[in-house]
Unconditional design. Structure first.
Length: 131
């Protein structure tokens, strides 16, 4: 018997409240990507699977170890978003690899945005919602 079978939102809220009471970190909301969004660097190309205010969930053909700092260029098939980010000098930024793990024929990576102000992150997040 699962009392939350038809109300998973209630269960998620209860878990978040428990984490807050225990003073544990609650992850920021993650948003899926519906079109092609890539982070390109000298050492790897990362296909973005999802993103949050602080970073990206990605997959790549190449393994990149944790704590690696990399400068990336964001590319997308949405020209309007790419222009907005270029005008704000946000197509290029630094990321830090937080974790890496094998996934099928590739590697999934958790990437944290590094070196941007909260206003820049907000603008980037706003633009990425349009992708």
């Amino acid at each position: 018997y699962d009392p939350f079978l038809n109300s998973k939102d209630t269960l998620i809220r209860a878990e978040k409240n428990q984490y807050i009471q225990l003073e544990k970190c609650v992850r920021k909301p993650r948003y899926g990507v519906s079109s092609s969004l890539f982070l390109i660097s000298d050492i790897a190309a990362f296909k973005v699977l999802d993103f949050s205010e602080d970073g990206f969930g990605t997959i790549s053909d190449d393994f990149v170890s944790s704590n690696t700092l990399v400068q990336v260029i964001l590319t997308t098939t949405n020209d309007q978003v790419e222009r907005k980010l270029k005008n704000m000098l946000l197509l290029k930024f630094n990321i830090q690899v937080k974790w890496s793990r094998r996934s099928g024929a590739g590697y999934k990576h958790g990437l944290k945005i590094s070196g941007l102000t909260s206003e820049q992150k907000d603008f980037l997040l706003h633009c990425l919602h349009a992708v």
